[in-house]
Each structure stands twice: as structure tokens, then as C-alpha cells.
Design a binder for this molecule. Sequence first.
Ligand SMILES: NC(=O)c1ccc[n+]([C@@H]2O[C@H](COP(=O)([O-])OP(=O)(O)OC[C@H]3O[C@@H](n4cnc5c(N)ncnc54)[C@H](OP(=O)(O)O)[C@@H]3O)[C@@H](O)[C@H]2O)c1
Length: 258
Amino acid sequence: MSSDTPPLRLLVPDVEELPPDPREERLAALYALPAHTHVRVNMVASVDGGAWGDDGRSGSVNDAADWRVFRVLRALADVVLVGAGTARTESYTALERPRGLEHHSARPLELALVTRSGRVPARTLDGPRLPWVVTGTAGAATASAAVGEDRLVVVPEVGGAIDLEAGVVALAARGLGRVLCEGGPHLLGSMLEAGLVDELCVTTTPRLVGAGPGRIVGGPADEPRPARLARLLAAPSGTLLASWDLRHRAEAPVPTVP
Ligand SMILES: NC(=O)c1ccc[n+]([C@@H]2O[C@H](COP(=O)([O-])OP(=O)(O)OC[C@H]3O[C@@H](n4cnc5c(N)ncnc54)[C@H](OP(=O)(O)O)[C@@H]3O)[C@@H](O)[C@H]2O)c1
């Protein structure tokens, strides 16, 4: 753990100090996953809603507090699911459990890519394990040439959209039921539209990036829907780390402005 790892203060459900802890036992308990299939998404945004900074990458909007929770979420998941666009932009390679947090899971951390084209970013093929590839019929042959049949999850494709629910079910059937989706915005848009997200973790970092960058959700507009605040942490820097429960059914419909 680096010396600039910040302390955190848990505001919801109860106020609690979370000083730096190399093993992150308390944070891991707070973010513990259920035994059944669960899809958690983790995204970061600037105060003005930007999902990336002027270098086109999310690294220019995240910070040490975000990194602290990001590591814990990776420590707890079975598989990190990302869109091929994010894997390309953010130079994903085969994943390892975050150093020092290996004790939170007995198994290796898998990477799964979502791609319609089947084009697997070359860097993801480096390292100890090939990625899983979730694709439709149009991308199957291309993806298979890169990763082979064993790592391929081919799902139905309707009207150019691949069936992501079938993808999540297929990953769970392979023992990868605790899914951590790290974006990007277009994948998140599709996952939300398909009703697949159980929990949305959004870090807001104390900076503004202007109107250029996109938001954490891409694609067509969707119906407003409720979300319930499940956790809220704050860092001395002003960074806020919220977790939103999307399975919660609100009593009242979301108010709309006429
Ligand atoms: N702020 C954050 O937390 C955060 C997180 C992640 C990424 N980012 C940023 O977001 C930007 C990338 O945005 P993006 O929206 O292009 O990322 P993305 O959703 O990861 O990538 C889009 C590509 O992923 C594949 N894909 C995504 N959803 C799909 C679906 N439903 N079905 C089939 N294929 C799907 C497609 O690949 P093919 O073209 O191969 O078919 C598509 O072209 C980068 O600047 C990155 O740094 C920010």
C-alpha cells in the first residue's frame, strides 16, 4: 500500500473512519458480495460528469481514494467485464488480484471482453491467462481465432445487439458469477438497458473536465429509474464514493418534470 493512500470516512450506512489498511479487511466486508450471481459496475466521473479527461482515459479523472476502493472491488470479484473499447483505450492485459489483497479470493481474477466485432485487443492476449470473450454470431469466428473455443461465449444477436443477459448467465455457469463491470460507457448503457446491473458504484472526484468528454453512460436515452444509496464514503480530498442499489423497488415512481 503506498504512503499516499488516503483515509476514508464511511457516511452511509453509519459514520465510521476507515484508516489505510494494507489488507483492507473492513472495506472488503463493506463491499462483500452475495453468494449468488451479482453484477456490480464501478465507474468514476468528474464533478461535471466527465468519464475521462483530456487524454481520453479515465486515469485522468480518478485519484488515490478511487484507487483504494477499485482495488478492493477487484479483490472480491470472479471476473472483470469490460467493453472491447475500454480494453483498447485503457490497455487492459490479463489481470491479477491486487497485490496485498490476494487473500480475499482463492481463485485467479479473470478478464472478460464484450465485443460485437470479435476483435480482441492484442494486449489482452499477453500474460498468464487468455481473456474470456462474450460476442455474438457476427464476431464469433474472429474472436475464436484469437482466444480459441474454450474461452469463447457466443450469445444470440438480435438486430445488431448481443444478448448480454445470456453472456452473464454463461459466465456464471463457468463459475464466474461475481461480475465486476468496469465499463465503458457503451457497455454500461447496454447493461442498464437490459436490466442487468445489481449495483452501480460511482466515484465522483473533485475536478471538472469541461464539456468535451462523454458521461459514464453511452448510447440511446433510457427511461428514468430509481436507485437507492447503499454506501457513501468520503475522502479528505472531497472524493465521494457512492454505491447505488438498482434492484431496490421504490414505493413511488420517479418524479418527472412536465
Ligand atoms: N469513467 C470511467 O469509469 C470509465 C470506465 C471505462 C471506460 N472509460 C472511458 O470510456 C471511453 C470508452 O468508451 P466506450 O463507450 O467506447 O467503451 P466501451 O463500451 O468499453 O467500448 C465500446 C466497444 O465495446 C464493445 N461493446 C460495448 N458494449 C457492447 C455491447 N452491448 N455489445 C457488443 N459489443 C459491445 C464494442 O466493441 P467492438 O467494436 O469490438 O464490437 C464497442 O465498440 C474511454 O475513453 C475510456 O477511457 C471510462
